[in-house]
Design a protein around this ligand. Structure first.
Ligand code: NIG
Length: 385
């Protein structure tokens, strides 16, 4: 069954760079975009949806979440807002709760967060392991991740769990744990930060992942100049995420590389870390993405729209740059930029992942911050909202 969406007031395609069309129409067929053009020349289709002048854009591509977890850290959040610092050790309380949960409980929580994201326009989702930190719970987390998300990242190297020898844990992460999660995961990540893993440890862990055929990702420069950004560039990682504390050398290194810097603006709000220098990196020619970092410790949101609004209002991106970073720019992190695999783009042949806003233009995403503007969502050509 083909579907014609017509009467689109503003269509953001990301075909070319930002690609904004007015009075546009789109035809979806067989889960793919079949045609894009002006409403006046649209072909016939089996069904017709009138957008009534509203804006249509690609569904959000959220490439950084940690939605497989149990427990609640509202009290930790409240203490932080009263002045307590964020420390990596807070992860331990989620590890304890996750190990105590059943697979059904973990699945139910993760799937409900996935659906919450989808209702807000997210059509491609990544999630990570990293709250198990023993072989059984990491494998369970990876398996549940593969059920709820489009792609899964192995983050056994989140922290060294309490009571475990550091060297023994790194051997586990790079050996038996890696082998056990491998069937479920596409990438490996490491939290390269004070209180987590050093640069040398992170390099060893990432090299083991690369040898197992995984794409590389790094949590870097979140709480200080951890060296994670330089390491990500050195190893040609797909992305380095957080990037709050970058100096000129980091910006130059990223700008001269293919590594995407993924900024997490709601995490920065929730931890009161300085916003990362996304504007300077774009100006230097770097590649950026935006993501929610949905997790119970530092960023308990599924709202990509809030990330976009914050990036515009606080990080000085234009609305086009922010929307691109939350869709087509993010697709680069997960290698979904070409042909029928492409997401974050509305072009003939790409997966039909679209969202319609209850607004005439994408400007309203930042102009009306915090207002739920999602009017409709299509994922793989199916209307899911
Ligand atoms: O991306 N930084 C490391 N990992 C998560 C936080 C995890 C937590 O505190 O539970 C993050 O912010």
């Amino acid at each position: 069954m083909s579907e014609l969406i017509t009467g689109i007031g503003e269509l953001t395609t990301h075909s070319g760079e930002y690609g904004r069309l007015t009075d546009a129409a789109v035809v979806i067929d067989g889960g793919r975009i079949a045609w894009v053009g002006s409403a006046a020349s649209a072909p016939a289709a089996d069904t017709r949806t009138d957008a009534g002048g509203r804006a249509v854009l690609p569904g959000w591509v959220d490439t950084h979440t940690h939605i497989v977890f149990a427990g609640d850290r509202g009290a930790e959040f409240e203490a932080r807002m009263a002045g307590a610092p964020y420390v990596a050790g807070g992860i331990t309380s989620t590890v304890d709760a996750t190990r105590a949960a059943t697979a059904d409980e973990l699945f139910a929580r993760a799937d409900s967060l996935r659906r919450e994201a989808e209702r807000q326009g997210t059509t491609y989702l990544e999630t990570k392991t990293g709250y198990g930190l023993d072989v059984d719970t990491e494998v369970m987390s990876a398996r549940i991740g593969a059920q709820v998300a489009d792609t899964v990242t192995y983050l056994g190297a989140h922290i060294v769990p309490a009571g475990v020898d550091r060297r023994d844990y790194i051997d586990l992460v790079t050996g038996p744990m890696l082998a056990a999660v491998r069937p479920y995961v596409d990438a490996i990540d490491v939290f390269c930060e004070t209180g987590a893993f050093t640069v040398d440890e992170s390099r060893e862990i990432l090299r083991a992942g690369a040898a197992a055929g995984l794409a590389l990702r790094v949590h870097g420069n979140q709480l200080g100049r951890s060296g994670g950004v330089a390491l990500a560039v050195e190893l040609d990682a797909a992305s380095v995420d957080h990037c709050n504390h970058l100096d000129a050398a980091d910006i130059d290194a990223l700008a001269g590389s293919d590594t995407v810097a993924t900024f997490l603006p709601v995490c920065d709000l929730s931890t009161r870390e300085p916003f990362g220098p996304a504007r300077q990196l774009l100006d230097a020619g770097g590649r950026i993405a935006l993501a929610t970092n949905c997790n119970p410790g530092t960023s308990f949101t599924t709202s990509m729209a809030l990330c976009v609004a914050t990036a515009v209002l606080q990080m000085h991106l234009t609305i086009e740059e922010a929307v691109f970073a939350a869709t087509r720019g993010a697709a680069r992190v997960v290698g979904r930029v070409e042909g029928s695999d492409a997401v974050g783009v509305i072009a003939p042949g790409s997966r039909a992942d679209l969202q319609m806003l209850d607004a005439p233009s994408i400007a309203h995403l930042a102009y009306r911050p915090g207002v739920p503007l999602t009017a409709a969502v299509w994922r793989g050509g199916h209307a899911v909202v």
